[in-house]
Design a protein around this ligand. Structure first.
Ligand code: ADP
Ligand code: MG
Ligand code: ZN
Length: 477
C-alpha cells in the first residue's frame, strides 16, 4: 500500500457570551420557554431592521488579536441566502467578502513538536433557531430563541495532520476564548461546534486531495474517532481505484461512524450579496487600542511565569491556569499571603475536591482571594492546626465565611498556652493509668491513645505534634 498523509482544516463556530443577540436586544440566555426570547428582527418579520451589537465586534477583534490575525478596519456583512424552517429570514447575515479578521496563526505543541496552525479568517454571523422533531408525531416544532445569537466562525488553513494536532489546536483556542470571557466553549452544549474538513494525499505530494466535511462532532473524543475513521475510509476508496466525493457527512457518536448528509455546496450556491440593511463596520485606531489594552495574559504565558516567579512545577501551573478564575484567585492570594505554594495547595487540593463533590463548574470559585490568603496565614502562624484549617476552608467554600472571624467565633484557635496544655495532659494521664503503664512497659500504641484523648479534651484545638512531644516528655519523668 502507498503511504498517505491526512490533511485537516477546521471551521469552528463559537457562540458569544453577549447579553443580547447580534442584531436585536433579545436575550441570549440558554433555555427559556420556546419563542420567548424573540422579536420582529430575529423572527424575520417584514420591515424589521437589524442593529449591530457593538460587543460582538469587540469579542471578534479580541479573539482575532489572540489568534495573531490582522484586523479588517473596514468590514462588511453579507447575506447568505437559503431556505430552512429554523431560518425565518430565508437568509443568514454573515461575512464573506470582508471578514473582520484574517491571516492569523496559533502555535501548538504535540509529541511531534511545535508548529503553527494558520487562521484563514474569522467572521461574525447570526445563529439559526432550533427545530424540535416530535417523536411519534407527524410534525416538527421550531424555537427561535437561538435565532440571532451571535457566532464567530473561525476558519483554519488545512495545516493539521493528526487528531493530536487538532485536539491541541482546539484546546488552545478554547482556553484563549474562555480567558477572554467571549464564550464558555462547551462542545456538548453547542456553544463550540467543530466541522472537520479532511482529505488524504500520497505522502510527499503537495497538492490537496478532495475533502469531505464532517459535522455534529460534540466531544474531543468524537473528533478523534471521526478523523481516524474518515482517514481510513478515504484511503480505502483511493486504494480500490475509486474517488473521494466532496460532500458533507454527519458523524454519529453512538455508531462511531459518519454518513452522507448532502453533497457539498459552495459559496456560489448561496447567492451571497452585501447586506443592504447594515452599514459597514469601522474599527478605528482608538477602539483597537482600547481592545488591545484589555487583552488578558493567556494560559501559556501564565504557566511559564508561575514556574519562574513562584517556583511551581509545570504540572501544578497547568492546573492553576486551567480557568482564568482560578488563576486570578491564585495570583491575588499569593501576593497577599506571600506564600504562593501554600495558596496553590488549597486550590489544587480542597478546591478541586469540593468543586467535584458539589458538581460545580471549574470557573465557579465561591471564595475570595482575601479569605484564602487569610486562611493560609492563620495556618502558617500556627493559630489553627491543619484539621481545623480544613474545616474552616470548607465553611469558606460553602458559606463564604471570613476565616479569621469564624475561628474566633467558634473558638478554634490552637491552644497556644503550653501551661494550659500541660494541665490538660496531667489530667488525661491521671484518668488513664492503664495506658500510662502500657506505654512505660513499651507498648507504643498507648501513646497514640493518649494523644487522641488529649485532642478530644481540647476539642481538636491543640497541635497534635505538640501534644505528642509534651506527652513523651512528661512520661519520661
Ligand atoms: P467552504 O467555505 O466551501 O467550506 P473553504 O475553502 O473555505 O471551503 O474551506 C473550509 C475549510 O476546509 C478550511 O478550514 C480549509 O482549511 C479546509 N480545507 C479546504 N480544502 C481542504 C482539503 N483539500 N483538505 C482538507 N481541508 C481542506
Ligand atoms: Mg464551510
Ligand atoms: Zn430579537
Amino acid at each position: 500500500m502507498k503511504q498517505y498523509e491526512t490533511v485537516i482544516g477546521l471551521e469552528v463556530h463559537v457562540e458569544l457570551d453577549t447579553k443580547t443577540k447580534i442584531f436585536c436586544s433579545c436575550s441570549t440566555a440558554f433555555g427559556g420557554e420556546p419563542n420567548t426570547h424573540v422579536c420582529p428582527v430575529c423572527t424575520g418579520m417584514p420591515g424589521a431592521l437589524p442593529v449591530l451589537n457593538q460587543k460582538v465586534v469587540e469579542f471578534a477583534v479580541a479573539v482575532g488579536l489572540a489568534l495573531d490575525c490582522s484586523i479588517t478596519r473596514y468590514c462588511k456583512f453579507d447575506r447568505k441566502n437559503y431556505f430552512y424552517p429554523d431560518n425565518p429570514q430565508n437568509y443568514q447575515i454573515s461575512q464573506l467578502y470582508l471578514p473582520i479578521c484574517r491571516a492569523g496563526g496559533v502555535e501548538i505543541e504535540t509529541e511531534a513538536g511545535k508548529k503553527t496552525v494558520g487562521i484563514h479568517e474569522i467572521h461574525m454571523e447570526e445563529d439559526a433557531g432550533k427545530l424540535i422533531h416530535m417523536e411519534g408525531e407527524n410534525c416538527s416544532l421550531v424555537d427561535y430563541n437561538r435565532s440571532g445569537v451571535p457566532l464567530l466562525e473561525i476558519v483554519t488553513e488545512p495545516d493539521m495532520r493528526t487528531s493530536m494536532e487538532v485536539v491541541a489546536f482546539l484546546e488552545k483556542l478554547r482556553s484563549m476564548i474562555q480567558y477572554l470571557g467571549a464564550s464558555d466553549c462547551k462542545l456538548q452544549e453547542g456553544s463550540m461546534r467543530v466541522d472537520v474538513n479532511l482529505s488524504v494525499r500520497e505522502a510527499g505530494s503537495t497538492a490537496l486531495g478532495v475533502r469531505t466535511e464532517m459535522k455534529n462532532l460534540n466531544s474531543f473524543r468524537g473528533i478523534s474517532r471521526a478523523i481516524e475513521k474518515e482517514t481510513i475510509r478515504q484511503i480505502q476508496l483511493l486504494e480500490s481505484g475509486r474517488k473521494v466525493v466532496q460532500e458533507t457527512r454527519r458523524w454519529d457518536d453512538a455508531l462511531e461512524d459518519s454518513y452522507v448528509m448532502r453533497s457539498k455546496e459552495d459559496a456560489r450556491d448561496y447567492r451571497y450579496f452585501p447586506e443592504p440593511d447594515l452599514p459597514p463596520v469601522r474599527v478605528d485606531e482608538a477602539w483597537l487600542k482600547e481592545i488591545k489594552a484589555r487583552q488578558p495574559e493567556f494560559r501559556e504565558e501564565k504557566r511559564k511565569r508561575y514556574r519562574k516567579d513562584y517556583g511551581i512545577s509545570d504540572y501544578d501551573a497547568g492546573i492553576l491556569t486551567e480557568t482564568k478564575a482560578m488563576a486570578d484567585v491564585f495570583e491575588k492570594a499569593a501576593a497577599l499571603s506571600k506564600l504562593p505554594k501554600k495558596a496553590a495547595n488549597w486550590l489544587m487540593g480542597e478546591t478541586l475536591r469540593l468543586q467535584k463533590e458539589h458538581h460545580m463548574e471549574a470557573k465557579e470559585l465561591p471564595f475570595s482571594p482575601e479569605h484564602l490568603a487569610e486562611l493560609v496565614l492563620l495556618t502558617e502562624s500556627g493559630a489553627i492546626n491543619s484539621t481545623v484549617a480544613k474545616e474552616v476552608f470548607e465553611e469558606m467554600f460553602l458559606h463564604d465565611v471570613d476565616p479569621g472571624r469564624y475561628v474566633e467565633e467558634k473558638g478554634l484557635r490552637t491552644l497556644g498556652d503550653e501551661g494550659e496544655l500541660r494541665d490538660c495532659i496531667y489530667r488525661i494521664l491521671e484518668e488513664n493509668p492503664k495506658s500510662v503503664r502500657d506505654y512505660l512497659n513499651g507498648k507504643d500504641r498507648a501513646l497514640g491513645f493518649l494523644v487522641g484523648q488529649t485532642m478530644k479534651a481540647t476539642k481538636g484545638q491543640a497541635d497534635p505534634e505538640k501534644v505528642q512531644q509534651l506527652l513523651k516528655e512528661i512520661l519520661q519523668k
